[in-house]
Write a protein that binds this ligand. Structure first.
Ligand code: NAD
Ligand code: FE2
Length: 436
């Protein structure tokens, strides 16, 4: 299939279209000062012994200690684990599980970005229902075993404005031997409460602000352009999955997300101490999480898995430099301009609306297909994202292995609004070698 042959799904249409969508989210407490009330909220969940999980960088901000103080002030037994790995791996998740196992915890609090929140989801599952990690990982890499029952309450305190992991039912990790990213996906993994306090994001350095902000942007754009839930074959209740495709409730969250990003992403990057801009960004992250956490994401996220998993020596500014790393949000946005060029035909109105809201100046771009790619490219340039895959160390010689890695993400590719095969992925990745 050639790139231009990327065809909207449903040209033949499902034999029996889906009529039902589902939507779920955590309880939410949002606002400056929310972190210092967390003891009250966690005690109200009926917990007594709570493990707080974070990474060393977040620990250094003092926020996890504030959480611990608040928990103890509410009479809870609370301990801190600071060993979360930035971009978790199977090894780091197993180490966190080993630390937590046998501690008698009846609740978990994750303080950090997606790395801490995802690690805590896995720890919660694996200490509640011990099994080998591979049993729980998504097929085809793992066995996709569901949790045997309810897990313990997990409370998430996001300290990046990015992943929306506090709202989602998945956790993601690198499998070191296989050099792929995969995850565990089940509605029971979703945190019961998100305590979202913009003041804790004031310490985010510019490089992390940029990468995590592009994660928000791609969550919003991918879920807004996702295959509609009505374009699937009807499922039985037990077949319904956490990501059900674009739906009217997810759409509302995304329609609120993009104006916030348009207004405040550049300001939060250039003026990190601007609390109003940080508040907008954290609202955007939360809103996008509530949207994509039910609709799903597609081509840029599927490509991001091998882009992050096969990194050789790229070391981004403002991230720990002990290992090569393409941060998640950066890995995602590198293929976004090309991806939205090829999804345009599935729903031109949605692509044009998003381009206009993000950057009205793109209305002047004559080729309508290029407007959303151009809006994304302008933001990437302004926020010092590398110019494409070559900017993070890949070359044309890597395309075949990147295509193979992206093809493994069938759970995500099934959300794309166009049929995705190896040829289309190769086209998207080739066009992403240099973005401008
Ligand atoms: N579960 C999901 O739905 C989901 C969605 C998207 C991404 N992810 C995963 O999330 C991970 C990435 O998470 P992330 O982008 O939030 O970043 P992160 O958690 O990896 O943190 C990035 C860096 O920022 C530092 N940091 C975090 N908060 C800080 C603060 N307030 N002040 C100063 N430094 C701070 C951390 O120490 C770390 O060095 C990836 O593993 C990705 O695959 C999960
Ligand atoms: Fe993401």
């Amino acid at each position: 299939m050639t790139a231009s042959a990327a065809s909207p799904r449903g040209s033949t249409g499902p034999a029996q279209p889906e009529t039902i969508f589902t939507w779920a989210g955590p309880a939410l407490k949002f606002g400056v000062g929310a972190v210092d009330e967390i003891g009250y909220d966690v005690a109200a969940l009926g917990t007594n012994r709570v493990l707080v999980l974070t990474d060393p960088g977040v620990a250094a901000t003092g926020v996890p200690q504030r959480v611990l103080d608040s928990l103890r002030a509410s009479g809870l037994v609370a301990e801190l684990f600071t060993g979360v790995h930035v971009e978790p791996t199977d090894a780091s998740v197993r180490a966190a599980v080993d630390f937590a196992m046998g501690g008698g915890w009846d609740g978990f609090v994750a303080v950090g970005g997606g790395s801490a929140i995802d690690t805590a989801k896995a720890v919660n599952l694996m200490t509640t229902y011990p099994a080998d990690l591979v049993e729980y990982l998504n097929p085809p890499i793992g066995e996709g075993k569901p949790p045997a029952g309810p897990v313990k309450p997990l409370i998430a305190v996001p300290t990046t404005a990015g992943t929306g992991a506090e709202s989602t039912a998945v956790c993601v990790m690198d499998l070191l031997d296989l050099r792929v990213k995969t995850g565990i996906s089940h509605p029971r993994l979703r945190p019961v409460l998100a305590v979202v306090d913009p003041s804790v994001t004031l310490t985010l350095p510019p490089g992390v602000t940029a990468a995590t902000g592009f994660d928000i942007l791609c969550h919003a754009l991918e879920s807004y352009t996702a295959r509609p839930y009505t374009a699937y074959e009807k499922r039985r209740p037990e077949q319904r999955v956490a990501y059900c495709g674009a739906n009217p409730v997810s759409d509302i969250w995304i329609q609120q997300t993009l104006p916030l990003l348009a207004r405040s992403f550049r300001t939060a990057y250039h003026h990190g101490d601007d609390l109003a801009a940080r508040t907008d960004m954290l609202r955007a992250a939360t809103f996008a999480g509530l949207g994509f956490g039910n609709a799903g994401v597609h081509i840029p996220h599927a490509c991001a898995y091998p882009i992050a998993g096969q990194v050789r020596d790229f070391r981004p500014a403002d991230y720990p430099d002990h290992v090569p790393l393409v941060p998640h949000g950066m890995a995602v946005v590198l293929t976004a301009p090309a991806a939205f060029r090829h999804t345009f035909a599935a729903d031109p109105d949605r692509h044009l609306w998003a381009a206009h809201v993000l950057d009205p100046a793109t209305d002047a771009v004559r080729d309508e297909r290029e407007r959303l790619p151009e809006a994304v490219r302008r933001l990437m340039r302004d926020l010092a994202i590398p110019n494409g895959l070559m900017g993070v160390g890949y070359s044309g010689a890597d395309l075949d292995t990147l295509v193979d890695g992206a093809l493994k993400q069938q759970r995500l590719l099934s959300i794309a609004p166009v049929d995705v095969d190896a040829d289309l992925l190769a086209t998207v990745l080739r066009e992403s070698l240099t973005v401008w």
